[in-house]
Write a protein of this length. Structure first.
Length: 176
């Protein structure tokens, strides 16, 4: 079986300088991984150990210095525009800082409805029910939270909204 997402020999180095010249920092050092259907994979490490950088590489947001990432066996570097659209729907991010990933001028229901309508996953008739289902799936009551803005939510509630937004498109994989 072909993994949903694979990474081979991933290295990411950031250029730096000090008084003595070059001072490159290796954030990710030779990582290999496979994520198969139905699996949960946790990447753990100390602060500054490269977890977020690796996540950005897996999402195709940052190019590795060397190595390759494949989605269903196809290297990301070979993707056409249409491949990226499919990938973005199948692999959803949940970013570390939910406050910066939520539009402060959009209520919770607007945030979720944009995703549902953009991907044609709800009609006008089913939109309210879909939003309620998404909120319930992350432990939030729609009647209490749908009309709130991000600044009216705790950090944990903001993170749940970000997770609900990622789940709205029914992805194959969530990278958090």
């Amino acid at each position: 079986m072909t993994p949903i997402l694979s990474a081979r020999a991933i290295v990411k180095t950031f250029a730096g300088r000090n008084w003595f010249g070059s001072d490159d920092k290796r954030a990710v050092d030779n990582v290999d991984l496979d994520v198969n259907e139905g699996e949960t994979l946790a990447i753990v490490g100390e602060s500054g150990s490269g977890k977020s950088t690796l996540a950005r590489i897996l999402l195709g947001l940052v190019k590795p210095t060397s190595g390759s990432v494949t989605y269903q066996g196809q290297p990301l570097e070979d993707f056409a525009t249409s491949d990226w659209a499919t990938f973005r729907k199948a692999i959803q991010p949940v970013f570390q800082d939910p406050a910066s990933s939520l539009n402060p001028r959009m209520r919770v229901d607007t945030t979720l409805s944009h995703v549902l309508r953009r991907h044609k996953l709800a009609t006008r008739q089913t939109l309210d029910a879909e939003i309620a289902t998404l909120l319930a799936s992350v432990g939030l009551d729609a009647a209490q939270f749908r009309d709130r803005y991000p600044h009216q939510l705790s950090g944990g509630q903001q993170q749940r909204i970000a997770i609900a937004r990622a789940m709205a498109v029914r992805p194959r994989l969530i990278v958090a």
